[in-house]
Write a new protein. Structure first.
Length: 296
């Protein structure tokens, strides 16, 4: 059997989580058009008869302005250590800039085999340019792949190359396990994804979701209580919406994805609370959303 750890790095919004989902052929990670969607290192475990590949999705590397952002960048840097292969993901329409140069240092330092993945090639015709520029500026890529998750182009070729490049190794995780995160985390992420989908401007970045309770009820029903934290009273108003319309929509869309995940009917009880500046100060929330333990 071949097995190995494959870390995806890249600036926010380049499509790292989307690529992992496309390898699995279904959604295992949340995705959104807002940068900084992924906040933690998340392991997704792919197993077939001959391979076990542990994809490590990371938060996009950026210049942090909050303590939460600092955690996110540290998490991404740590995830590069000790993996077997790095997928260095760039957005074909964005170019190879300063964030990429910083990631180059990281890759060079790790001495790990690295593939350059130029994603979103559907957005631009001259996507070869970015690969040339990347190779010139950072000579650490073993191979280059051109992908479009949106059009399902280049995905299988990349996936095959990943399978070929990982070493002989043991089965690290049980066959049926697809993520190292508990169910409560996955549920909280799905709710946060719906908030990202339905809100804009500063709200997506100010939101934390914590699942407070999961209780098995009669008749195949599961009761799930979750709290959505925001930083200001005005944001709470937006999340609740006129006559509760927004929170209702968040609840309905979340439930549609949580039910197949848990395999039961779900009663989702959502609350919104204000916690001023939690991204800078509130260690309870940071801990609950799985940030603190990552860097200790
Ligand atoms: N047009 C186009 N859009 C894509 C492609 N791949 C991903 N996207 C979109 O790009 C946005 C960002 O995708 P994500 O997978 O969340 O990006 P990420 O790199 O994980 O972002 P962070 O978690 O914020 O670091 C989403 O709206 C995706 O639907 C692609 O190949 N083409
Ligand atoms: Mg992501």
């Amino acid at each position: 059997m071949k097995s190995g750890f494959v870390t995806l790095i890249g600036r926010p919004n380049v499509g790292k989580s989307s690529l992992v989902n496309s390898f699995f052929g279904r959604k295992v990670l949340i995705v959104s058009d807002k940068p900084q969607t992924t906040r933690n290192r998340i392991r997704c475990i792919y197993t077939d008869q001959e391979h076990q590949i542990i994809f490590i999705d990371t938060p996009g590397i950026h210049k942090p302005i909050h303590r939460l952002g600092e955690f996110m960048v540290k998490v991404a840097i740590q995830a590069v250590k000790g993996c077997d292969l790095i997928l260095f993901v760039v957005d074909a329409s964005k170019g190879f800039g300063e964030p990429e140069m910083e990631m180059c240092q990281l890759v060079r330092f790790s001495k790990t085999e690295t593939f350059l993945v130029v994603n979103k090639i559907d957005l631009i015709d001259s996507y070869g340019e970015i690969a040339k520029s990347a190779q010139k500026k950072c000579q650490c890529f073993k191979k280059t792949f051109f992908t479009s998750v949106a059009r399902n182009q280049g995905i299988q070729e990349l996936f095959q190359a990943i399978k070929s490049s990982i070493p002989e190794g043991p089965m690290y995780f049980p066959e049926q396990m697809t993520t190292d995160r508990p169910l409560s985390f996955q549920v909280a992420e799905l709710i946060r994804e719906k908030v990202l989908l339905l809100t804009r401007e500063e709200i997506p970045h100010c939101v934390a979701v914590i699942v407070d309770q999961v209780v098995e009820k009669e008749n195949d029903l599961i009761y799930i209580a979750a709290t959505i934290y925001v930083e200001r009273q005005s944001q709470k108003g937006i999340l609740i919406g006129k006559d509760g319309s927004m929170i209702k929509q968040i609840g309905t869309l979340s439930r549609m994805e949580i039910e197949p995940l848990v395999g039961r009917r779900v009663y989702l009880d959502l609350h919104v609370k204000v916690k001023k500046n939690w991204r800078d100060k509130d260690f309870i929330i940071l801990n609950e959303i799985g940030m603190k333990d990552e860097i200790e």
